[in-house]
Design a protein around this ligand. Sequence first.
Ligand SMILES: Nc1nc2c(c(=O)[nH]1)N[C@H]1C(S)=C(S)[C@@H](COP(=O)(O)O)O[C@H]1N2
Ligand SMILES: [Mo]
Length: 322
Amino acid sequence: MIIRHKKKSDISENNVTDEGTYHSRRDIIKSMGVAGLALGGGAVALNGLGQGEAQADAGEALDFATTDYRVDEDKTPFEAVTSINNFYEFGMGKDDPARYADAMSIEPWTIEVEGHCDKPGKISLEDLINPHQLEERIYRFRCVEAWSMVIPWVGVPLGDVLKRFEPNSRAKYVAFQTKYDRDEMRGVRYPVLDWPYREGLRMDEAMNPLALLAVGLYGKSLLHQNGAPLRLVVPWKYGFKSIKSIVRIKFVEDMPFTSWQDSAPSEYGFYSNVNPNVSHPRWSQASERRVGEFRRRETLMFNGYEEEVAALYAGMDLKKNY
Ligand SMILES: Nc1nc2c(c(=O)[nH]1)N[C@H]1C(S)=C(S)[C@@H](COP(=O)(O)O)O[C@H]1N2
Ligand SMILES: [Mo]
């Protein structure tokens, strides 16, 4: 319904966190055995997480409806979802976002919507989201680095939001851009990517009911490290498509520039659908490590959302259009 923040004092921890998982960070990390989690290249360093501690419960409770969009698999604990992150604007370490992303100011937050649509304009986060019913969606989340999580997001269907701007027939794609602020984002002084971080979807992908504009997870507003206050979640694509901290949405005619494709076109394609049969040039995508589990799992076609999205790619060569 709305992003109406209850006062923190009104929130009992019982309402808003996944009970069993609310341990101290160190216990969680120990019990999950993720310290040695091997990613494509390096390993996830999980030391020095101390500073994230204070913000772990800083999200504010949201009113949302539950839905049938839920996978019947164990959710990844809140502690892990909020302490093992990729948000390169704050550094390349998995623990950098939890440490440093609080430097990003998020109030007020304005989104600029432009391009091939009849109702372009600047809109506040509240006006963008509040006309919609917030929903909880429990999705698999698969990073291109071959680790995965199960995350209970809170958000609104992307397509419903986009429709309000009345995209016209020239809108073939939609492009998204993350906030860019050199003072607040310590990672952008390194030319890791061509900042600001940009991503995009084909229009029909964006309109698919699975595509979510998230404002929260585990029933609470997003913490900065997860892309506060507004991020995309595209569960059938590799995680880097799920762009964080969105400030700009543009309807365009041609396939838009995307930061990862630009940095390594042979490794990160525009589509980047989760596909066990298409290897990353430097590692296989056939299996993955679910954070918190010891044995690897087989990676599912379209991350398990084949029924919902396969029709989008009918007749396309998924090896060429990776
Ligand atoms: N702006 C921005 N968005 C981003 C990234 C980033 O570095 N910057 N990393 C992406 C990658 S690689 C992943 S796996 C997910 C991680 O989301 P999470 O930290 O909330 O799990 O965010 C994606 N969105
Ligand atoms: Mo990722």
